[in-house]
Every structure is written in structure tokens, then in C-alpha cells.
Design a protein around this ligand. Structure first.
Ligand SMILES: [Zn+2]
Length: 214
């Protein structure tokens, strides 16, 4: 099971008994509503509920919610590396809300784990919202097939780059050689950081050091 890319797979369907009695206090503090008003429920969909999951090697591999993070910690699959505002209470334990957790056992992430989600947003994020032909960062970025589809180019990470609209028009159905337009950096499948940044609208400050390191 430790070869799975998704650290939660092994927990699907499993529930930590302790978790049934866990309630959260102070979870609303970050919203300015005062602490201690959220007993018995978890803040859903808020940035406060996002937890960065690091591999045993400290590489960031995923984002999960506080509920999953808590289960992983209670089952001793993960340890808490950074804590945030708010505390989790149960009959037998109290601990502050995890912000960053680290898996105890190393999980091998297949090299193609992130290949599936080719979206315009992910391509632009990978390329730092920069046209790969002229370096422009102005708005209206599109994605371009380096080898055009009409010339047999595939829709894979290695053949798609961010391109400004003028470059996209200029390149049209030409190959890089014909157009004399070559991507500045060789397009590759992005690492997990790109998806972590896309999954979390705002990156908590405490996450940054772990993302930079990757
Ligand atoms: Zn351009």
C-alpha cells in the first residue's frame, strides 16, 4: 500500500474510532467570528481546512483537509510538522489544528502521477504565466501545441506551452523550425507544486518553505 501515489488510499473506508468524538474549537477565529463557536463540526471548504501533505522525504505531494489529516495522524501514518490556529478536542486528546503533515512512510509517487490533468490553467501555472515564445506576461495567454495537432502533435505536457495570443497567431500551423519559434524551456509534466498551488487558492505562509524546497 505504501507504493500508492495517494496517501489516503489506504484509509478509504476506514475510520479512526477516536475521530468519532473529535470536535473543533477556535476554527472560526481566522474568519473574525470569534473562537469556540464551531464545536462538533469542521470548517469545510475554507483555507483553514487545507493541510499540506509532505512525503517522508519532505517533498510536498498533496493537499488534504483537516479531517483526513487528523485521521492520518491518529492512525500514526503521519506526523504534524506545522500547526495553525484552532485546536481539535476529543475526550482523550487535544491538539492544535495541523497545517502541514509528513507521512511516516515514504510513498513512491509515480512519475506520471500528475500527467492526467492537462488544463489550460495548469499549463499556464507550470509556465509561470509567461509566453514561452516571447516571454510576455501580459494577459490573454493561451496554450499552444508546439507541434501543431494538424501536423501530428499530441496533446501531452511535452507538446503544450503557454503562448500569448500574438505568438499563437504568428506560429499558426507551423512547426517550431518553420516558424523559427522555439519554447524557452523544454515543456515537461509539472511537479506536484503546480497542482498544490492550483488546489489551494491562497497558499498559507507556513507552506511556502516546503513548496520552495521542492
Ligand atoms: Zn508571445
Amino acid at each position: 500500500m505504501d507504493t500508492e501515489a495517494d496517501p489516503h488510499v489506504g484509509l478509504r473506508g476506514a475510520r479512526a474510532p477516536e475521530f468519532q468524538r473529535v470536535a473543533i474549537a477556535g476554527s472560526q477565529a481566522t474568519n473574525g467570528n470569534g473562537a469556540g463557536q464551531a464545536h462538533g463540526r469542521w470548517p469545510a471548504g475554507t483555507i483553514a481546512s487545507r493541510v499540506l501533505v509532505l512525503n517522508a522525504s519532505y517533498e510536498p505531494i498533496n493537499v488534504c483537509n483537516v479531517r483526513r489529516a487528523t485521521v492520518l495522524v491518529l492512525k500514526e501514518r503521519a506526523e504534524v510538522i506545522e500547526r495553525g490556529e484552532g485546536a481539535l478536542h476529543s475526550e482523550r486528546l487535544v491538539f492544535r489544528r495541523p497545517c502541514v503533515i509528513r507521512l511516516i512512510r515514504y510513498v513512491r509517487v509515480p512519475r506520471d502521477a500528475h500527467r492526467r490533468k492537462i488544463t489550460r490553467k495548469a499549463v499556464l501555472a507550470r509556465d509561470a504565466w509567461t509566453c514561452q515564445y516571447c516571454g510576455s506576461q501580459s494577459g490573454g495567454l493561451t496554450v499552444d501545441h508546439v507541434i501543431p495537432r494538424s501536423r501530428g502533435g499530441e496533446s501531452v505536457w511535452e507538446n503544450i506551452v503557454a503562448s500569448c495570443a500574438p505568438c499563437n497567431r504568428k506560429k499558426a500551423n507551423l512547426t517550431p523550425r518553420e516558424a523559427r519559434m522555439h519554447p524557452r524551456s523544454r515543456p515537461r509534466p509539472p511537479g506536484p507544486n503546480v497542482f498544490i498551488r492550483l488546489a489551494s487558492p491562497r497558499i498559507p505562509v507556513v507552506w511556502e518553505r516546503y513548496l520552495v524546497a521542492a
